[in-house]
Design a protein around this ligand. Structure first.
Ligand code: ATP
Ligand code: MG
Length: 231
């Protein structure tokens, strides 16, 4: 094992802000001088570029946050065209997503970066194939998990279910509140309800409309810094 750490970013659902939060983590780590790189092992919902290579917006966004220093497949080794659950998209494409493929791509990036921000697909229990889920893959590595809570009606239940399921199998390093527009009614009360119930520290609140450096600033508080073991 080398000196690289990985943080697995999951969310309360698809479309809750995992990519936005992962980009913010990468940018803020880099602002602090930590060479971080994003990794999107499995992406469904890809489009073909001019050369016919499948590319995904999440991976492109993570690559940009990471300084665009890696070839596309290093950031996203499994790219699937259909915007559906990955194991179904893979089956339709005639491929099987293998943990070994994801491990090899991860190991390669880990030789070059001290910090990898790994974005899952959908939520914690999403299947990779008929035998294993993303949760199984992450559990095998025992990577710490960061839960992105998309602040909208229903998020308290989704956040608590996710946290309970994660904690059965892997460390929950913290959570990020991502305020989705339009801002939900009783946002402050909902935040309080999560703060008192989620068994992990809040790393930051990404405001509605905050992206790029503005989102990174939301992670500049003490929790992420402490996790990075920065003075
Ligand atoms: N704080 C925010 N303010 C405004 N728009 C946001 C915010 N967070 C996310 N969005 C928008 O919501 C959509 C979903 O966000 P994002 O792609 O980060 O979610 P995700 O959890 O990564 O989704 P997926 O499951 O597809 O990977 C995007 O269009 C994004 O631009
Ligand atoms: Mg995403």
């Amino acid at each position: 094992m080398n000196g690289s750490r990985s943080l697995f970013v999951t969310g309360t659902d698809t479309g809750v802000g995992k990519t936005r939060a992962a980009g913010a983590l990468i940018r803020q780590a880099r602002n602090w001088g930590v060479s971080a790189c994003g990794f999107k092992p499995v992406a469904s919902g890809c489009e073909r570029d001019a050369e016919g290579v499948l590319r995904n917006d999440d991976a492109i966004a993570l690559s940009r946050a990471s300084g665009d220093a890696e070839p596309y497949p290093a950031i996203n080794p499994v790219a699937l065209e259909a915007a559906i659950a990955p194991h179904i998209a893979a089956r339709e494409a005639g491929v099987r997503i293998e943990a070994a493929t994801l491990d090899a791509a991860h190991a390669s990036l880990a030789t070059r970066y001290p910090l990898l921000i790994v974005e899952g697909a959908g939520g914690w229990q999403v299947p990779l194939n008929d035998d294993i889920s993303f949760a199984d893959w992450v559990t095998a590595h025992q990577w710490p998990v960061l839960l992105v809570v998309g602040m909208r009606l229903g998020c308290i239940n989704h956040a608590l279910l996710s946290a309970e399921a994660i904690l059965r199998r892997a460390p929950l390093a913290g959570w990020i509140a991502n305020v989705l527009p339009p801002e939900q009614p009783r946002l402050a009360e909902t935040m309080d309800s999560l703060l008192t119930r989620l068994p992990a520290p809040l790393w930051g609140v990404i405001g509605a409309g905050a992206e790029g450096e503005a989102a990174a600033t939301a992670l500049a508080g003490p929790e992420f810094r402490r996790w990075l073991a920065l003075p």
